[in-house]
Design a protein around this ligand. Sequence first.
Ligand code: SIN
Length: 514
Amino acid sequence: MKVIVVGSGIAGLYTAVKAAAQHEVTLITKDVLGESNTHYAQGGIAAVTATDDSVAEHVADTIYAGAGLCWEPAVQALCEQGPHSLNELIRFGVEFDRAEQAAKGSEFALGLEAAHSHARILHVGGDATGAGISNALVQTLKRSKARVLEHTLVTDLVVDSNRVVGVSVFSSEGLETLEADIVVLASGGAGQLYRHTTNPAVTTGDGVALALRAGAVLADLEFYQFHPTALAVPGSFLISEAVRGEGAVLINNRGERFMQKLHPMAELAPRDVVARAIQREMLSQGGEPVMLDATGLGADFLSQRFPGISAACRSYGLNLAKQPIPVTPAAHYWMGGIATDVFGRSSIPGLFAVGEVACNGSHGANRLASNSLLESLVFADRASSVLDQPWPADFGFARFNDQPPMRELEVDLGYPSDAPVVDRVELQTQMWDNVGLARDDMGLRTARNAFRAWRPQKRSLRLFTDYEDANLLDLAKVVTAAALARTESRGAHFRLDHTETNPNFARPITVRKA
Ligand code: SIN
C-alpha cells in the first residue's frame, strides 16, 4: 500500500518507521526532517514504570486534568499502552536518563510534573527529551525504506468519492499531486495562532486546516493550553514544568508565593489553574511577569538536571541558580484537532491523524503534563497497526455515541473578494487578546469579525508563508466559533462572562466547514 505521512515530529517519524516495514511510505515535511515541536520538548514523556505507580492512577490523573471532557477508552489506551511504546522507543535507540540507584522498581530517573500523583516522567539528557527522541527516530527512519521529501508543503488533501486518495504538494519543483492509499496527518499543533508561544515557527496548524477544508470533523477546538512558565523574553523560551516538579516556586513582585492559597497542589496544580493564576497576578502588578525561584535547588543540581534551560537563561543574562527568573504564560498545546477514533481514523476514509493534529479525547479540556509525546507515540503505534484494515462503517466514532456533541457547528470559511490579505501578526494579536487565556463574548465577537474581514493570498501568488497564513486564518475562525459556542468555563477554556463549569456541557463541540 502507498502511505503518505505528513509531518516529522515524534508522531510522523514513528508512524513512518513502523509503516515502512510493510508499506511503501513517503514522509513529507515542510522543513527539514525532525524540525517540529517534538524537537524542543523538555520535560519528558509520562508512563508507568515504577512499582508504586499504576496505570489506573495514570488514567485517574489524566482524567482529573482533563476537566470532565476526556474520553475514557482513549485515556485507557494511552496509559495502558504507554510502557510498551516506550520500550519500542528504547529499541529505536532513545537513551532515557537512568536512576543512579533503581528506585521503586524503575531503572529510570523519574521526574514529577503538575497534576501527576507520582513521579513518572522519563527524560533524556536532563531537559533535552524531545531532541533525544527526535534524533533517534530520524536515524531509524534513514535506515528504513521510507522516502523523505523535505521542504515540501502539503497544500490540499485530494478527495475522491469521499475518500482521501492523495495530496497536492508545493516545493521548489512547483505544484504536484501524489497519490496514496492512506494519508496520515502528523503535522503537529498551531502555536503560531498566538502572539506568544513556546512552539517553533513551523507550527501553523496545516494538517488541521487541510482536514477542515476536505470536510473532516474537528473537535474540542476551543481548548488551547497555555504553558504557565515561558521565560518573559521575546521568543517565549519554555521553562519546563519539571523545574517546578523539582521544587521551584512562583513568587509575585512582593516576593510572596501565591499558588499555595489557590490550589492544594500549589505550583503543581493543573496547567490551566497555574497559568490563569499567573495571569491574574500579572494584572495586579501592572503586567509585570511573575518570578520562578529555583535558587533553592542548588547550582550543581540545576546544571546537571536542566542543562538546556540553564544555558538559555544564561544567554539572556539570567542565572537560574542565583536569581528568580521572570516567567509568563504562552500558547503551548492544542487539545483540539481532527476528530479520530482510538486508532487515529478520521471521519474521512483513508485519512488518519495522530499526535497534536488529532483529537481522540485522551486530553479532554486540559492535557496532563508530558502526556503529549506519549499520546503521539501510542496512537502512531495504533494507527500504523491498522493501516491496511477495512475502514469501519461508522468510522469507529464510538466517542460521539458516549459523548454526544453538545453542538455540531458548521463554520463558513468564506471571505469578501475585495478584503485585504490576512496579516499574521494582527491575527496572532487578535487571538492573544480575545481568544486567549480568558475570553468573553464581546472579545470573541471582535475577533470573529476581524477574521471574517480578511482573505488569504491568491493561490497563484502564494509562498509557503502565504499557505500557512491561509491555514491560520481558517483555524482562527473555527477556534473562535467553538469558543463562542461554549458558554461555560472548563479546563483551558475560561470565559470571563461564564466563569462556572456547567455539568451538562461535559461534551465535545464538533466543527466542520459549512
Ligand atoms: C514542560 O516541559 O513543561 C512541557 C511538557 C509538556 O508540555 O507536557
